[in-house]
Write a protein that binds this ligand. Structure first.
Ligand SMILES: Nc1nc2c(c(=O)[nH]1)N[C@H]1C(S)=C(S)[C@@H](COP(=O)(O)OP(=O)(O)OC[C@H]3O[C@@H](n4cnc5c(=O)[nH]c(N)nc54)[C@H](O)[C@@H]3O)O[C@H]1N2
Ligand SMILES: Nc1nc2c(c(=O)[nH]1)N[C@H]1C(S)=C(S)[C@@H](COP(=O)(O)OP(=O)(O)OC[C@H]3O[C@@H](n4cnc5c(=O)[nH]c(N)nc54)[C@H](O)[C@@H]3O)O[C@H]1N2
Ligand SMILES: [Mo]
Length: 819
């Protein structure tokens, strides 16, 4: 696992699994072009993105309108923002260099990073500077001098994958001398704990499919999950099939429960029962339910005996025999603020009905986040419905339309990062870890040479001097922005390549303008889980200003490093796209399908695949349930591990051998809690993280020109805050402004500020400066979830809030810096 590969690789593995299911279908369905669904009007181009497939209308070389593809059952309302992003005032137009860097060389006046003083340079000059820095840093500091693990939601597409392309350049041109990163910010804790417990990553795996849930599930629980909001996007190109089935489930009138401090979009859509839990206390709630089941003999002993290991070791903890604290519903109620009677009622409701526990990922993006899904699996094991149609648990119904039945399709390969050509990285490991858990980047820069734990291993943080970031926005995504400002000051060189003047670009020395996805050609699967089409991501308009494709930028740098031919393999854009399609087409006979030639496909723009009946009946873990000996899990015991000997051997004091309630570093009601509000940093409804923050879409949700902050009406009254007021939110780590939205959709003592608001510090560059737009990561905790997974804690933050008095500083982050 390395870097964003977790996204790329597992999602690809998943597609392969998906098509394997399809191949079992008895009849051989063909791939087809549906003329009614590829009805490109005059002046229109059909293309695709994280938000789905759509038509872009072009007039006189200008992109003027956008309309969704007919095959999209629930288009995202964000589409107009995509169009605006190519021409918004936040667009990077030319190569730019920070003045002090240009005049004083690498490392000059690092405190002026983020102050916005840039000079325009030519492409030749910019590429010469970048290449010289790559060579200088790697010659001077050796293989760990450059950090190339840049993380983020770069655009879809199998060729213009800027992160693979960057690492390809570093692998082929610099013999792999760079530090990489593993894992992601989405599921940092879960993707490490789940293989110990279930033998797979779980979070990116196909779910018991929606048609089965609609048919068989009686009680559908969304546990810290808001699929109506978060299924808008896909890692490949979104299909939005989950919405079709959510509509169907709603029509059945069956029970839906949302356990969430926020009455979410999903809670409203289903008119669900809302359990407004205190944040970060889900493990306590689950333990209270487990205790209720056990004390009334309602747990499924047979399932626990045959399919799990270690319940006997967990039991003394549950009953309190081992630590003197019985985890009763009353005990849990004190912590999670769900009444004890309710806890018992829910436990019995789940036990006596076919129940699907569908969990999102915020519950693991927090301190000790490993415990939540481990305890969820334990609770589901006690309920004994894992592997039954519509029962058990699911960790991806809210993500990229997990649970949408998989088509019998072909899977596209993508550009490789060239790592296979590099001789082992042993020399790199000696100088420090060849790869760090992705969210430890600030810790790494601040503590070179220091040991860190990760999933049973101890490694050393390498000494990084140069950072090259593409396709991500760490100054929006990393918890603890002030810490990142400080860390960046220790670097000699920062290169950022993007098409938007993001906060990260503003903190760079060299800024290179990339094309957006809509200014080049590419190809992608539609539906991360359904894989039900392949779309030609056709170029909509010519590159604007001086923007260049990441591919061409890295090919030029590779040339300067003597590796152009290795980098391009002699192929241009369309040559690569054709090669991906033709290589995928070789899978077609094995799957019993026929696909059009590349030229036919490209002309039509999209091909669709049939979804076989067999994949509409897929039940996760049905085989394992039926025969755990013949169909064992990938865990050491082959069973669900409620107790893990491997984790026991690691001996960590922040992640024990069975799931436990562990106090997070801070929480509402926790001992010594210094601030009265929990900040819920849920993902934005009208952005993809920070993407589109610079567009006109912002005007549809901003309050007083700031990022919204949802606050409960009682809290607002107590603080003298009215709807539409500008508020200051602050703690010991940082401070930000926001626009108040007073509502009873958020429980008291919790405020919601979505992640991804652009960091707009006044004054720029200063650690702890007031963010005048509303980057919530000014407030969050930068530590790892535990020694086991070292995931990020983006949802962990307590803060206080007050009405902002005094002169309101203007936002400056949405236009290009001067120069
Ligand atoms: N507090 C808190 N923080 C969080 C989270 C949270 O829940 N709470 N969630 C976390 C999660 S799950 C995630 S995934 C991260 C997301 O963090 P990021 O993925 O870093 O966020 P994005 O805004 O999607 O950034 C993608 C960047 O890539 C650029 N880009 C797009 N296409 C291209 C391209 O073709 N070429 C180049 N060069 N650049 C391109 C975009 O303009 C944008 O700046 O945030 C994390 N941060
Ligand atoms: N529109 C849109 N969709 C997206 C994204 C986006 O940026 N915008 N990002 C995509 C990505 S990369 C990812 S990783 C996924 C993220 O998917 P998730 O991580 O599941 O999404 P979040 O919005 O962070 O959290 C989901 C819900 O958990 C609730 N919550 C917060 N803390 C707690 C808690 O302690 N306990 C409980 N029970 N609930 C809690 C929040 O109020 C929210 O409603 O979304 C994906 N989908
Ligand atoms: Mo994510």
């Amino acid at each position: 696992m390395s870097g964003t590969k977790t996204h790329g690789m597992t999602r690809r593995t998943l597609l392969q699994g998906a098509t394997a299911i399809g191949a079992l279908g008895a009849l051989a369905p063909a791939a087809w072009v549906n003329p009614a669904r590829a009805a490109v009007a005059d002046g229109e181009v059909l293309t695709g993105s994280h938000w789905g497939v759509f038509y872009a209308k072009v007039e006189g070389g200008k992109w003027v309108d956008v309309r969704p593809w007919e095959g999209d059952p629930h288009p995202s309302h964000q589409l107009p923002g995509i169009m605006d992003s190519v021409m918004s005032p936040s667009r990077i137009q030319y190569p730019m260099v920070r003045r002090a860097f240009l005049e004083g060389g690498a490392g000059a006046s690092p405190e002026t990073r983020g102050a916005g003083d840039f000079v325009r340079v030519s492409w030749d000059e910019a590429l010469e500077l970048v290449t010289n820095e790559l060579k200088r840093v790697s010659d001077t500091y050796g293989p760990t001098g450059i950090f190339g693990g840049s993380y983020g939601w770069k655009s879809s597409g199998k060729l213009h994958n800027c992160q693979s392309l960057m690492r390809r350049m570093l692998n082929l041109g610099l013999n792999g001398s760079f530090v990489n990163a593993s894992g992601d910010y989405s599921t940092g804790a879960s993707q490490i704990i789940m293989p110990h417990v279930m033998g797979t990553l779980e979070v990116y795996e196909q779910q018991t499919v929606w048609p089965v849930v609609v048919e068989s599930t009686d009680v559908l629980v969304f546990w810290g999950a808001d699929p109506v909001r978060t299924n808008q996007i896909g890692w490949t190109v979104a299909d939005h099939d989950g919405y079709t089935y959510m509509e169907e489930f709603k029509k059945t009138g069956k029970k839906v429960i949302c356990i969430d401090p926020w009455r979410s979009h999903t809670a409203k859509f289903f008119d669900a029962e809302w359990i407004p839990i205190r944040p970060h206390t889900d493990v306590a709630l689950m333990l209270g339910m487990a205790h209720a089941l056990y004390s009334e003999g309602l747990h499924d002993e047979e399932f626990l005996d045959e399919h799990t290991t270690g319940f006997d070791k967990f039991l003394p903890y549950l009953t309190g025999e081992s630590d003197g604290v019985p985890k009763t519903p009353e005990w849990a109620a004190e912590i999670c603020e769900v009444p004890a009677e309710k806890i018992v009622e829910l436990a019995k409701l789940f036990q006596s009905n076919r129940t699907m526990l569908s969990s999102g990922w915020s519950v693991q993006r927090q301190h000790h986040g490993e415990q939540t899904h481990w305890m969820l699996v334990t609770l589901a094991s006690m309920l004994g419905q894992i592997g039954l149609p519509g029962g058990g648990f699911g960790l991806s119904y809210h993500y990229a339309n997990g649970g949408a039945p998989s088509a019998n399709s072909i899977v596209l390969p993508g550009i490789s990062d060239g790592g296979a050509a590099v001789e082992g990285a042993a020399w790199l490991t000696e100088a420090g870890a060849a790869s760090i858990p992705v969210s430890r980047v600030v810790e790494m820069i601040m503590n070179p040479g220091t040991d860190f734990n990760f999933n049973g291993k101890t490694q050393k943080y390498p000494e990084v001097k140069m950072v090259y970031w593409v396709g991500g926005n760490p100054f929006a995504h990393h918890p603890g922005t002030p810490g990142m400002v400080e860390a960046w000051q220790k670097l000699e060189t920062v290169v950022v390549q993007d098409f938007q003047w993001t906060p990260t670009a503003r903190f760079a020395d060299i800024v290179l303008p990339a094309t957006s996805s809509y200014e080049r050609n590419d190809i992608e699967n539609v539906g991360d889980y359904s894989a039900r089409a392949i779309v030609a991501m056709k170029q909509v308009i010519e590159p604007m200003y001086e923007a260049r494709n990441d591919f061409d930028i890295f090919a030029d740098i590779s040339e300067k490093l003597g590796a152009r031919d290795k980098f391009t393999e002699g192929k241009d854009e369309m040559g690569w796209i054709r090669s991906f399609y033709e290589s995928a087409a070789e899978q077609a006979p094995g799957r019993g399908i026929e696909v059009p030639s590349f030229d036919d496909f490209w002309e039509k723009g999209i091909i669709e695949f049939e979804i076989p009946e067999s994949s509409k009946q897929f039940v996760r873990y049905a085989d394992f349930r039926e025969d755990p000996l013949l169909e064992p899990l990938g865990t050491p015991s082959g069973l669900i591990e409620i107790y893990s000997r491997n984790i026991e051997k690691m001996g960590y004091d922040d992640c024990g051998p069975h799931p436990m309630w562990m106090e997070p570093i801070e929480r509402l009601g926790g001992e010594g809690a210094k601030y009265p509000f929990h900040v819920d940093t849920a993902h934005p409804n009208s952005r993809l993280h920070s993407q589109l923050c610079g567009t006109s879409l912002r005007e549809t949700y901003a309050i007083a020109g700031r990022e919204p902050c949802l606050i409960n009406s009682q809290d607002a009254a107590a603080k003298g805050i009215s709807d539409g007021d500008i508020v200051r939110i602050f703690n010991d780590r940082g401070q930000m402004l926001a626009g108040a939205k007073v509502t009873d959709d958020i429980r008291p003592s919790v405020i919601v500020v979505n992640e991804g608001g652009w960091y707009d510090p006044a004054p720029g560059g200063e650690v702890g400066a007031l963010c005048v737009y509303g980057d919530v990561n000014t407030l969050t905790v930068g530590i790892g979830t535990s020694s086991l997974a070292q995931g990020n804690c983006g949802h962990t933050a307590l803060a206080d809030i007050e009405k902002f008095e005094g002169e309101v500083p203007a936002t400056t982050v949405f236009t290009a810096p001067a120069g």
